[in-house]
Design a binder for this molecule. Sequence first.
Ligand SMILES: [Zn+2]
Length: 281
Amino acid sequence: MIKLLTLLLLLAAVAFPETGCGEEPFQLSVAHLEREQGQFFIVTVTGAQGEPELRFMDRSFQMFRQPNNSWRALLPVENLAPPGSHTILVRQGVYEKSLTLRVTANNRPVQRITLDTTKRTLKATETELRRVKAALHTETPEPLFAGTFMRPVEGGTSSLYGLKRSYNDGPVESYHKGIDIAAQKGTSVKSTAKGRVVLTGRVEDGFQVHGNTIIIDHGQGVTTIYMHLSAIKVKEGQSVEAGAVIGNVGNTGISTAPHLHWGTYLYGTSVDPELFEGYSL
Ligand SMILES: [Zn+2]
């Protein structure tokens, strides 16, 4: 009887092998399982046979190959993303893995702004919206960045990332997509990291709200924006080193005093630039 049971168990083990027994399809890891709105998750896949497919919050993200042959994605948590549990799903070939990540509220205050009729009608032009959106969504597979990300201008933060904005007592639909650094007009603005200029836009080209603007692609879905400049010192397509002077602080576009608006984007979604300062990717 015992012999028969053993035989049946052995047969069952052969007929229905446990998935992954002995051979792991790939390893999925996330540096921190909990992040605030406006921060990002660092997702790593190792041992995959090809490029993994990644889904998070109803969106697909390209993963980028690293020098050690692992795959990585810096997943942005949008500033207005609902707090709570969100599942990350990774597929490679026939294999699939998931992890539950937690998003917490950053509790950035809501600024209630009252605009008069004239200002309420001030709108960005179709040109600046289209060109800025396209440039911020640049996904170059190669890492153009190298070394530590730096603050583009010396000076204090005069407005934090993520301040939620309600206009004329309406709902919170927008927020501050970068930080403002107060500095005198003409102060040199430097590239935060190595990269390639993918956009230069001037007031006379229709950049009425952004003002004179530069966008730099740092590779692997990371881009940075510099707004309200008085002068632009680089050309589209040009490669820049970290710390290279790219323009000057100004007061162009919708701006009430000279300052630099500095934004960092992952896959076209803004995250807090101060998370990058002093760190290397
Ligand atoms: Zn700003």
